[in-house]
Ligand binder design. Structure first.
Ligand code: NAG
Ligand code: NAG
Ligand code: NAG
Ligand code: NAG
Ligand code: CA
Length: 342
């Protein structure tokens, strides 16, 4: 746009100069110099002026072209610098997170070595709460060591060491939306997804984690960026023979008690209908969950992006906050032992 204006200005200037030349020629016609033949002088002058004007405008045009390419080059260089800057920033953060991850791993390994010498239940690293009480207070990925004393396998977990005193082992997260939660019984049993992104830790692990009296905290975020939570003072699931049946009690929070409806129901998946309904809730709601008939909440439902988030009943819903058709932007479910002290 700017360049077009410059060109227009050049043309205007050229026209003005031409007109001036014409006027000057006419004036000189009226007052002929006595020394030179009138006609020849006039036309020579006009011609030379015209040439000069043409020269000038082509020069100007050249100049504006040069400016345009110069400007383009400058913009390109700035963009390139910006990009390099961003890449460097990303590299630094990546290095930082790798460093802290490696640090965690090393400390965990040292811990594990010390562990095998003295195996008592109070020393055991069972979950994020035990890590917290051993002074690991940074939220992030940890590897819980295999523990024969407790009968627990090695397990990668994500610990929330900040929320409401920390010590939380995250058992579920929905945030990115690239991982399907419409999975079968076996996958829900052992867990799926990635620990830094979206995942289900696995029913078998939830069963094991909640053998000690545990609290469940559910954190929700909507597309307006508002956050709510629901906490159940007591939470556990049965073993596989009991279809990972849900038990919750003692609700508190500001999101509404939308898991109560699912209390005392078995876990269902697309290939295992254990719900309390003639319908097949897992197929209707496209997830694995403690379906009743069918939902007051559907935290393992379909992740819908903004714009699609108000249209479906199979989204990530929490009736007590946004009703049956609002699919939330983010969810985290986390557990820690009852009476945990930070
Ligand atoms: C400018 O005018 C001169 C004649 O006066 C000519 O020789 C020259 O080539 C012109 N330059 C351009 C850029 O048109
Ligand atoms: C839940 O599953 C158990 C077996 O795992 C079964 O005995 C019980 O009837 C089921 N409950 C419901 C409500 O389907
Ligand atoms: C869930 O059911 C149990 C009985 O099995 C009850 O004690 C408990 O209060 C119920 N939880 C909620 C949140 O209603
Ligand atoms: C229920 O939770 C409140 C605090 O949220 C606590 O004071 C109370 O002791 C809990 N009751 C039971 C039965 O766990
Ligand atoms: Ca059914």
């Amino acid at each position: 746009m700017k360049m077009a204006k410059v060109n227009l200005n050049i043309v205007a200037l050229a026209v003005t100069l031409l007109l001036l030349a014409e006027t000057w020629a006419q004036n000189s016609k009226k007052k002929p110099s006595p020394l030179k033949p009138v006609k020849g002088q006039c036309c020579d002058e006009v011609r030379s002026l015209k040439v000069q004007v043409a020269n000038l405008s082509s020069l100007l045009e050249e100049l504006s072209h040069k400016q345009e390419t110069d400007l383009k080059n400058v913009v390109r260089q700035i963009m390139e610098l910006n990009k390099q800057n961003r890449q460097q920033e990303a590299r630094v953060t990546e290095a930082e997170s790798k460093y802290s991850e490696i640090n965690n791993r090393v400390e965990i390994m040292q811990l594990q070595t010390a562990q095998s010498a003295t195996q008592t239940s109070s020393d055991a690293i069972y979950d994020c709460a035990s890590l917290y009480s051993k002074s690991y207070k940074i939220s992030g990925e940890y590897t819980l060591p295999k523990d024969e004393f407790l009968g627990t396998p090695k397990l990668t977990v994500f610990c929330d060491m900040e929320t409401n005193g920390g010590g939380w082992t995250v058992i579920q997260r929905r945030q990115i939306g690239m991982t399907s939660f419409n999975r079968d019984w076996k996958q829900y049993k052992s867990g799926f997804g990635s620990i830094r992104g979206d995942f289900w830790i696995g029913n078998e692990h939830i069963f094991r984690l909640t053998r000690q009296p545990s609290t469940l905290r559910i954190e929700l975020e909507d597309w307006e960026g508002e956050k709510r939570y629901a906490e159940y003072g007591l939470f556990n699931v049965g073993n596989e023979r009991n279809s990972y049946k849900l038990f919750i009690s003692n609700y508190s929070g500001n999101a509404g008690d939308s898991l109560r409806y699912h209390n005392n129901t078995n876990f269902s998946t697309i290939n295992k209908d254990n719900d309390k309904c003639v319908d097949d809730c897992a197929s209707l709601r496209k997830g694995g969950y403690w379906y009743n008939c069918c939902t007051d909440s559907n935290l393992n439902g379909v992740f819908y992006r903004y714009g699609e988030h108000l249209k479906n009943a199979d989204g990530i819903t929490w009736y007590g906050w946004h009703g049956s058709y609002y699919s939330l932007k983010k969810v985290e479910m986390k557990v820690r032992p009852v009476g945990f002290q930070s």
